[in-house]
Write a protein that binds this ligand. Sequence first.
Ligand code: UDX
Length: 429
Amino acid sequence: MKLTIIGTGYVGLVTGTCFAEVGHQVICVDNDAAKVALLQSGGLPIYEPGLEELVNRNVAAGRLHFTASTADGVTNSDIIFIAVPTPQLPDGSVDLSFIERVAREIAGAMTSYKIIVDKSTVPVRTGEKVAETIKRYCKTKVECDVVSNPEFLREGFAVTDLMKPDRIVVGVRSQRPVAAMKEVYAPFAAPIVVTDIHSAELIKHASNSFLALKISYINAVSVICEATGANVQEVAAGMGMDERIGRRFLNPSLGFGGSCFPKDLSAFVQIAGQLGYDFGLLKEVQKINAEQMNRFLKKITDTLWVLRDKKIGVLGLAFKQNTDDVRMSPAIELCQRLQKEGATLRVHDPKAMDKARPLLPDATYVEDMNEVADGCDALVIATEWEEFRQLDLERTRKALSHPIIFDGRNLFDPEEMERLGFIYKSIGR
Ligand code: UDX
């Protein structure tokens, strides 16, 4: 099939590439000419495991193309996916101006029937607005169908999530585009859930809010664990064996971040409010998340007392493992708050250092994770990168001027750390 994806961010680029991988002809459009030039020359604007190989293979096979022209994409495809940013506005609602502009651009370029698919995360009823906009701005008055097809990919695992999805959600306003949408996704061999368009939009916000709720739930339980001497890892393991609950997304942390959960929660709370429902449950999820960071910082100040003139090593800057994305990263917030208290930082992240530099210009960036602790008063673990588990602990203990580790991701065993001579403070244990 001939498909166009507008927007080559984490969602658009991975989606387009995976579509090409299963045999579709794909055009990826971006209005950032520099990004398009980079992609055309074989470079990638983001780090995502497995993506580079997939892009190269599909470009070489002639199935994947990049262009800065929306009109090219619209003319040469039957189905147009919109995957542009939907950032948060200061009041917590969603900025839909990119979606609206793309809808106008598509309308301006349409000369035959098209299926327009919204992949960006949007508030319920956005699809309706997109359809109205296209109708209004389409000079040739050709028909189209607007579909909601939310993405559920996790950064860092995006290729796997896309190639082996749990389900595909297709929200429609009529049955006309259903067969084509099923054909797009047939190679992925996943259950396809066809709903009305409002329900599809809500499935996305409701799912992400529920996952965030699960994290805040275990983070709240971690507070009780600390107060009683229980171990949150054991509690999570015991809870997770109940199939109705499940173990995933019960990892306590210094809070969730990223470009999705915080934004989607705020948006869902806002939409609910506009519809006359005070979604207090989700407001509490946000509050627990903010408190979790405060509590982690308090752990640091309770131990180190005054932070002014203290040198602290920080492992992890990305908002989670396997990504270079630092948007709404708890690790970055933590670093900024430590700096505000007067601490100087030595930081390391396997992939996110370049993207972190503008946010933390005064930190010292260390290439080797084993050298981060050198001369520091304490070491903080802020992102759950798997390789941090291989840290040379013997060297780290000697390198620190005091053997103190604050682990915001529970990567190590507290008893083992104590045996190795560390003062080791983690979450809920
Ligand atoms: C999320 C959703 O998982 C995905 O389905 C959606 O479509 C986009 O948003 P993403 O933001 O890429 O994906 O990452 P995710 O793996 O969900 O993690 C989000 C945040 O929660 C990270 O900061 C992560 O470290 C944190 N987290 C996750 C926890 O603190 N504990 C957990 O158990 C899981």
